[in-house]
Design a protein around this ligand. Structure first.
Ligand code: MZP
Length: 507
């Protein structure tokens, strides 16, 4: 006979947080958003023997083609979070993305807008529109790490006046006239050269004149203004990578060799023997590396991943993703709030019994900043987001304009579009009869840095209202209330006209 559990499946929108006493020390500058990402022993932590692995902000980006490429991973690590580079691509390409993040030296950018001298101005326009980068390196091979010929910027030609069939070699500033930095130069020295020569961009070359990287004047300030930057012990940016339960032996090795700090087993249903087999292999092969497992939505799933598979953190969520149709297609899943509350309770019980704390990641269904605050209050240590990041400048897709508004494409990993990569690898895909994700567009929301700053400000303000200064206190002190539909209506604006919906006429 089927078993029916008592409560209904609940979502974030059904809850609100109650304010608690705000003391004078509860100001945003005192609030820390550091979040554990690796299991640890409470006792060893108290004795000072444990070096806890933490994110500086509790956000990770979803392992999805439309989300976590190397540019987004760099931008997110600089804000204190971590990206999971997607595994729905060939192993060498994924490893290359990880490598690009690890090799990114703050302020030193490997040029990804390059053309050979014979390319035409129209190619430069096309490249600029595609990447949004206005400085193009002109190199002998048309790619980075070949001999530098010159630099072409938007100021060197006028798209609407010059003949776009002309070669870029006639318009760029040739290498002889450029101020150059030499490989090994420090960021401080490079910045001084930029200031002294009143330049915006300094190409760094090796002894043979090959382009190594570019230093931009604006990046210096950017670097200074990112105090939360998340790095490994060698001061390289922190990055994660997703793996699947099929080619994990080969893939994980390539990713670890490329420098991945965290491996996360990517599956919509992680309560499986494949997941256990994969996690145990990774632990045996790579020792102390951080391993994430999931996704689960029940306490049984949590216990299995923690006790049997011994993962370091557990990802919670099935069917709540903004592009996900798993629940419609298979009838499998659970409201994200219910799933999270049950799994976090199981985590706390496990911690009480064993003294081991296992971080929880709430994955999918974050529709606004309030949902992040609720997820953290419900016990999540950090949240994984797809749509939130797909909307930003740094996601790996091109902007499109539709009816005067700017959008970015966003598609699920279970959509045909995402799964197509395997066709190139092994010919026609066998066995895939239905999709679990859709192919969609999301509104463009600007740079990741600006977006994260606003979200962080809101979370810190809410934590001050609750009277807590860190996430552990939030887990202990938060009090949630369920909301009626009428409470939701009351919470919105009432009987006022929004300026953007009416035409204001000047008198
Ligand atoms: P969201 O932040 O866009 O709401 O959700 C992102 C999450 O949706 C991912 O981290 C992943 O767990 C899940 N996802 C990704 N693709 C699919 C799909 O095609 C999916 N069904 O459910």
């Amino acid at each position: 006979m089927v078993k029916i559990i008592d409560d209904v499946s609940r979502t974030f929108n059904e809850f609100l947080l109650l304010p608690r006493l705000t003391r004078k020390e509860h100001v945003p500058s005192n609030v820390s958003l550091r979040a554990d990402i690796k299991r640890y022993s409470i006792q060893e932590d108290k004795d000072g023997k444990e070096v806890r692995k933490c994110l500086n902000v509790p956000f990770v980006s979803a392992a999805m083609q439309a989300v976590s490429g190397h540019e987004l991973a760099i931008a997110l690590a600089r804000k204190g979070g971590c990206s999971f580079i997607y595994c729905s691509q060939p192993i060498d390409k994924q490893a290359e993305m990880v490598r690009k993040v690890k090799e990114h030296k703050a302020g030193f950018v490997v040029s990804d807008s390059n053309l050979p001298p014979c390319a035409k101005l129209k190619d430069a326009v096309e490249l600029r529109n595609r990447t949004g980068h206005s400085t193009i390196a002109i190199t002998e091979g048309g790619k980075a790490n070949t001999k530098l010929y010159g630099l072409l910027t938007s100021k060197d030609f006028w798209e609407f006046k010059d003949d776009l069939e002309q070669p870029v070699r006639d318009y760029c500033t040739p290498v002889e006239s450029l101020v150059l930095g030499h490989q090994g130069i420090t960021l401080q020295e490079a910045t001084e050269l930029l200031w002294k020569n009143k330049k915006e961009c300094l190409p760094i070359v090796d002894n043979e004149g090959n382009l190594v990287s570019l230093v931009f004047r604006r990046d210096y300030f950017d670097h200074k203004s990112n105090p939360d930057e998340l790095c490994d012990e060698h001061k390289r940016l922190f990055v994660g990578a997703a793996i699947n339960t099929r080619d994990y032996t080969e893939r994980a090795k390539a990713l670890v060799d490329a420098g991945a700090d965290v491996l996360c087993i990517d599956s919509s249903d992680g309560y499986s023997e494949w997941q256990k087999e994969t996690a145990l292999y990774l632990r045996k092969r790579f020792g102390d590396i951080i391993i994430g497992g999931g996704n689960v939505v029940t306490k049984e799933g949590f216990r299995y991943l923690v006790e049997e598979a011994q993962v370091d953190f557990v990802k919670v969520g099935i069917g709540g993703g903004s592009i996900c149709i798993t629940r419609e297609q298979k009838g499998i899943g659970r409201g994200q709030a219910s799933a999270l509350l049950e799994v976090c309770k199981a985590r706390d019980e496990y911690c009480k019994k064993t003294g081991i704390y296992v971080p929880i990641c709430s994955d999918g269904g974050i529709n606004n900043d309030t949902h992040i605050i609720l997820a953290l209050a419900m016990g999540a240590d950090f949240v994984m987001m797809g749509k939130y990041f797909a909307m930003t400048e740094e996601s790996p897709t091109r902007k499109v304009i539709f009816k005067g508004r700017t959008y970015k494409p966003y598609w699920g990993e279970g959509s045909n579009r995402a799964r197509n990569w395997e066709r190139y690898k092994e010919g026609e895909l066998g066995g895939m009869e239905f999709e679990e994700g859709v192919d969609a567009y999301v509104p463009f929301s600007g740079t990741l840095s600006d977006k994260v700053d606003i979200t962080v400000a809101k979370i810190k303000a809410a934590m001050c209202n609750i009277g807590v200064c860190d996430l552990k206190e939030l887990h202990k002190e938060a009090i949630l209330t369920r909301v009626s539909e009428m409470t939701l209506v009351e919470g919105g604006t009432s009987s006022v006209e929004h300026l953007d919906r009416i035409e204001v006429q000047d008198r």
